[in-house]
Design a protein around this ligand. Structure first.
Ligand code: AMP
Length: 442
């Protein structure tokens, strides 16, 4: 589309790198995705939560873990006037857990099931499928530890992807990293293994070794990869409880005919996971463009200052979902089509036009008009450009007679009628199924 820049004028403004306007055509995708998440969430007893975009940085450093890539390199942080560090939320779970504790949700019937659809911010290098502001929908179940809950979160996510007609594009990858005791034992074993081998690690990796050794497995360094190949295996540390828990999740998935791939190298970047971790991988690009993922986070509520409370959840990237829908040629319903243009000549006619427009809107008809002072010919050309089916014409004669001309823009035919009958006639022609009406409480 041609833009309206004046080349001779001062520099114009553009969005920041990695930030995007959501233009009306794309808004239809967001609307549809929100609708699916809302309905599917509600069916399964999830209620919507929206936490602030800006939180004390500590919510994320504590919650996500200050060794994670997101916290170390990707947070948009700033200082308040009083010098307090605040950050734009890079993910949803930490804020939801902060809210769960702050509002005493442990006193509600457990588990508490929440969903969100929110913008998130990461100071990442922008590229295809990776933006600095992006949206995620997420599901969180706090206050329950049962394999059936983990399986149900996965199945709910799968239903959402299926409703959006893109479920067949992904494989579900799953792994267990063991309960908290297993993680602790394994972390200690890794620290022991690297004792005496510290010279192979950068200062940054030494910090990971100290705080969250599992993160070493994210490395791209070939020498470290060789060392890690010989390191103790997490699978050997799994205790009976962790194994049973994982086996039961798998048996629920199998029962529900949800295919999965077991992937023992999947650990996920955040510090807070325990037991099951999972991702939905693009069948073509694998992990590179995962559409979403999640896992159990039994330690997080306590870590953030609440009572020990088990929890599990998942988050999905809305922009990546939209990219897949476009690629699969799944189009959202277009509900913005204009039905009627109201054209008028003269001041009195314009008053009547505004009244007719208001009546049409109340009846659920998409109608525009009464714009400017142009000739009837120009207004009819404009009506054509807006691609309306009907035009209501109010000229000087019609104003005098209190009538209006109703023009069928496709056929080029027209009829004349008393002005008070116009709305009812238009409603009849547009058809009740195409009216845009709603009831509060629906
Ligand atoms: P994560 O919690 O990092 O695994 O993110 C969950 C999902 O959010 C990913 O699978 C992506 O679909 C989406 N996502 C994460 N980071 C970005 C980003 N920078 N831009 C767009 N989508 C993202």
């Amino acid at each position: 589309m041609e833009n309206s820049l004046d080349p001779s004028s001062t520099p114009y403004f553009q969005t920041l790198r990695g930030f995007h306007d959501i233009l009306p055509d794309d808004s239809d995708y967001y609307t549809l995705i929100k609708k699916v998440v809302r309905h599917r969430g509600r069916q399964a007893g999830f209620r919507r939560i929206s936490t602030p975009i800006l939180e004390a940085s500590e919510v994320f450093t504590r919650g996500i873990g200050d060794t994670s890539e997101i916290v170390q390199k990707e947070m948009f942080s700033m200082l308040s006037h009083s010098g307090k560090s605040m950050s734009l939320k890079p993910e949803g779970t930490a804020g939801v857990v902060r809210s769960y504790i702050e509002h005493g949700m442990m006193n509600l019937p457990q588990p508490v099931q929440l969903y969100y659809i929110e913008p998130h911010f990461r100071y990442d290098r922008p590229q295809k499928g990776r933006y600095r502001q992006f949206h995620q929908f997420g599901l969180e179940v706090i206050g329950g530890r049962d394999p059936s809950i983990d399986a149900q979160v996965i199945l709910l996510a799968q239903k959402i992807l299926a409703d959006l007609q893109i479920a067949d594009r992904f494989t579900l990858q799953i792994n267990t990293i063991g309960n908290m005791a297993v993680r602790d034992n394994y972390n200690n074993a890794l620290r022991d293994y690297f004792y005496g081998k510290e010279r192979h690690l950068t200062p940054e990796l030494l910090v990971h070794l100290e705080k969250n050794p599992l993160r070493l497995f994210d490395t791209k360094d070939e020498d470290l990869k060789i060392l890690l190949a010989l390191a103790p295996k997490l699978q050997d540390f799994l205790d009976a409880e962790s194994r049973n828990y994982y086996d039961e999740i798998k048996s629920f998935l199998t029962e529900m005919r949800m295919p999965f791939v077991e992937n023992t190298s999947l650990v996920r970047g955040l510090d807070y996971y325990t037991d099951i971790v999972f991702e939905f991988w693009d069948k073509h690009d694998g992990a590179q463009n995962a559409i979403g993922g999640g896992g159990r986070y039994d330690g997080l509520v306590e870590l953030m200052g609440g009572r020990a409370t088990p929890a599990t959840g998942a988050a999905f990237g809305v922009e990546r979902i939209i990219a897949h829908m476009k690629d699969a040629e799944v189009a959202p319903p277009r509900k913005d089509k204009m039905h009627v243009f109201v054209a008028q000549l003269g001041g009195v006619a314009k008053k009547k036009a505004v009244r007719i427009l208001s009546e049409l809107h109340d009846a659920g008809v998409h109608a525009i008009g009464a714009v400017g002072k142009a000739s009837m010919k120009y207004q009819l050309e404009l009506a054509n450009k807006f691609d309306v089916d009907w035009a209501v014409l109010l000229g000087e004669i019609e104003v005098k007679d209190n009538t209006a001309i109703l023009r069928n823009m496709r056929a080029g035919t027209q009829e004349i009628m008393p002005l008070p009958q116009v709305t009812a006639r238009v409603v009849e022609l547009v058809g009740p199924e195409n009216l845009d009406t709603y009831r509060i409480g629906e």
